[in-house]
Design a protein around this ligand. Structure first.
Ligand code: DC
Length: 228
């Protein structure tokens, strides 16, 4: 069967990574969580205290970009690749609210995006790959055979993210805080000057607000299989 490129873009907490993992496992494709890459860069910036200096944070980050190495290593037990920052597994650390609150600012830096996009294009150069993010169908792989654009209301998305954080043991987080973060990220992601989140003209818009995981999987697999 011919191998294709599958681009899954959309708003934060629309379940892009869940569906991307399921589809990549079903098809035997690799999976690239591009949001995890921007989150790993954010973690690096926090660890190096770049956020302490608002004026210079961009310059510091840009100067250090070649010191930031991001890889994915497949974990058999989990069934997907975990993200590594300079050889350290940071898969769980990068999901903290502290990172979520700062990542959109990092993702606005043009030089950061250029470096990440180049790595993503390399990871997907042999096709047989599912990538999820914000600019996959528009910038990273504008020729992807399948492009999906995932949506759901901000309430539903915040509820999902809140439940996920609570199930991971975060007892401090509140629903209102998560909703605020989701809405702020929507704003920053859609209004930034470099590669804003926008639906590619040829993407299929998919609202999963009222769908079960199984329904979603079946319907999206159907869309993909019609292209293979
Ligand atoms: O998918 P996520 O929530 O883990 O993404 C984290 C942030 O990274 C999100 O607020 C926007 C940014 N991002 C991006 O700008 N481009 C991508 N391709 C993926 C994520």
């Amino acid at each position: 069967m011919k191998k294709i490129t599958i681009a899954i873009d959309g708003y934060s907490s629309t379940g892009k990574s869940t569906i991307a993992k399921e589809i990549s496992n079903k098809l035997g494709y690799s999976y690239v969580d591009t949001g995890a890459m921007y989150r790993a860069v954010t973690l690096y910036a926090i660890e190096n205290n770049y956020f302490d200096d608002e004026d210079f944070f961009r310059n510091l980050l840009i100067a250090d970009l070649d010191k930031i190495h991001i890889d994915f290593k497949y974990n058999d037990n989990l069934g997907y690749g975990e993200v590594y920052l300079n050889s350290k597994n940071v898969e769980s650390e990068i999901r903290d609210m502290n990172i979520s609150n700062k990542v959109s600012v990092v993702a606005q830096v043009a030089e950061v995006r250029r470096a990440m996009v180049a790595q993503q294009q390399k990871m997907g150069q042999n096709k047989g790959v599912v990538l999820d993010g914000r600019d996959i169908g528009t910038v990273v792989f504008p020729d992807a055979e399948v492009k999906l654009f995932m949506t759901a209301s901000s309430d539903i998305r915040a509820k999902r993210r809140f439940d996920e954080l609570v199930s991971k043991g975060d007892s401090q987080v509140t629903y209102d805080e998560v909703l605020k973060n989701v809405e702020e990220r929507d704003y920053l992601d859609t209004t930034r000057s470099v590669s804003p989140l926008v639906k590619a003209e040829d993407a299929v818009e998919y609202d999963n607000g009222e769908k079960t995981r199984e329904q979603q999987f079946e319907e999206i697999l159907y869309i993909i299989e019609s292209k293979i």
